[in-house]
Design a protein around this ligand. Structure first.
Ligand code: AMP
Ligand code: GLY
Length: 425
């Protein structure tokens, strides 16, 4: 059973559907895309009693949680607290482990305790405004302010000067993001290029999945406000073996050892948001799940059976699995509703072209079926993923389909992957 309803969950469903180990596949609640490969179970993943009931009713062996909020709210703890004789394999951490994402104050301190490279920072509470202002002035701009709690990807502010930083800091501590910004992390700005690494771990061993780079800003050439993600590519041309070795030695391994030392059990994915500063990787953030739309490029490249990986996670045999990936490039382009990430209309009819290239996939992110018609139902509507021998080929295939898909107000970035072309040989 997959929990969630976006493009990430559709990509997970398609990948899991390929597994010879699969019996039945359920997605709660899923979307019109997942209904083609799984049985959608209407409901809310935050309704823990309902989720538990469905697990029992359908004899679920493996539960994969797509989004972070149910994890941060303790869904896995609730399932583990049942008195069931046999519990399903849970892919996603308990609340304690989910703090890697749900509390930036926790994750920054965790990194400090374990010597994991990250931007210099200090954490402040509402009653520490004076100290916070003092620290802020000791940093040279740009200055990064982060609401400590979950703020749906909007809680990070990059301030160009001290005055802007002061104003934003005061607004944050006064509750701009409610409880999420009662605690604020102030940190130095790191200059470099971002990428992400993903592992599946049981808190002792891990399997490294393909890396990815996403495109967060709404506008081309990385301009305008942040979004949930407008596209992604994998592999990332500037991520070579030497950089990946540093990521393993300096970041992934110390993270796993740190979780063990602090007796934090962890089963599930960890998504490391990284930045390459002159050849040295630093952690920008942790997430306790896979990324969206990163999943839409990493899973199409993964050759290894995902259910086999989940079983190996549970049986502590991840070290014995050789993760195989397709060396070809994958690119995904997100089609969004006009207005996103601000207010946008819903319910616009979607017209999909017939796909005649099996290397292109359309993942549903925010759609619904109404009177047998497909309609927009979110800011991010569809993710178009393609595989290609080159990055340019993968992007071009997705671009072509993105142009062909019709709905009123459709917008997408036409420059996915362009910034790293210089690195492609
Ligand atoms: P986060 O939600 O922590 O991933 O931050 C959102 C975005 O803000 C990141 O993807 C980066 O582009 C940017 N960012 C966050 N922290 C820093 C930092 N210390 N230096 C430079 N950019 C940052
Ligand atoms: N694409 C960024 C995320 O899933 O957090």
């Amino acid at each position: 059973m997959i929990l969630g309803s976006g493009g990430r969950e559709h990509a997970l469903a398609n990948k899991i559907k390929e597994s010879p180990l699969l019996g039945n596949l359920f997605v709660l609640p899923g979307n019109p895309g997942t209904s083609a490969v799984a049985l959608n179970l209407p409901g809310n993943p935050l309704d823990f009693e309902f989720v538990k009931h469905q697990i029992l009713a359908f004899n679920i062996d493996v539960v994969v949680c797509g989004p972070e909020v149910p994890l941060a709210e303790g869904l896995m703890d609730a399932i583990l607290a049942t008195d069931w004789e046999v519990k399903p394999i849970l892919v996603g951490p308990c609340q304690k482990g989910a703090q890697l994402e749900s509390s930036k104050a926790f994750s920054k301190e965790f990194m400090k305790r374990h010597g994991i490279p990250t931007a210099a920072y200090k954490t402040f509470e509402k009653n520490e405004l004076e100290e916070a202002l003092e620290y802020l002035h000791a940093l040279s701009p740009p200055i990064v302010l982060k609401a400590s709690g979950l703020a749906a990807g909007k809680g990070v502010l990059i301030c160009e000067d001290h005055i802007q930083a002061e104003l934003e800091l005061i607004a944050l501590l006064n509750g701009r993001f409610g409880e999420a910004s009662q605690t604020v992390v102030i940190e130095e700005f790191l200059h470099g290029i971002e990428f992400s690494a993903f592992i599946l771990t049981n808190g002792k061993q891990y399997a490294l999945l393909p890396e990815a780079k996403d495109y967060k800003r709404i506008g081309e050439a990385d301009t305008g406000p942040n979004t949930g993600g407008m596209g992604a590519i994998s592999p990332v041309p500037f991520v070579d073996a030497a950089l990946l070795d540093k990521v393993r030695d300096r970041i992934i391994q110390p993270t796993i050892s740190g979780l063990q030392q602090e007796s934090i059990p962890y089963k599930g994915f960890i998504f490391f948001g990284l930045i390459n500063v002159n050849g040295d990787p630093f952690v920008i953030e942790y997430n306790c799940r896979l990324g969206d739309p990163e999943t839409e490029v990493i899973l199409p490249r993964l050759k290894t059976d995902l259910i086999a990986l989940f079983v190996a996670m549970e049986d502590e045999q991840l070290n014995e699995i050789n993760v195989e990936t397709n060396p070809d490039f994958a690119a995904t382009i997100m089609l969004v509703s006009g207005g996103y990430p601000g207010p946008y209309p819903k319910g616009k009819e979607i017209h999909l072209p017939v796909l005649n290239d099996e290397k292109t996939m359309i993942f549903h992110a925010g759609t619904k079926e109404q009177n047998y018609m497909l309609e927009t139902d979110g800011g991010r509507v569809l993710a178009i993923s393609s595989m290609g021998k080159t990055l340019a080929e993968a992007v071009q295939k997705s671009n072509k389909i993105a142009e062909e898909i019709q709905f009123e107000g459709k917008y997408f970035r036409r420059d996915i992957g362009k910034d790293v072309e210089a690195f492609v040989l």
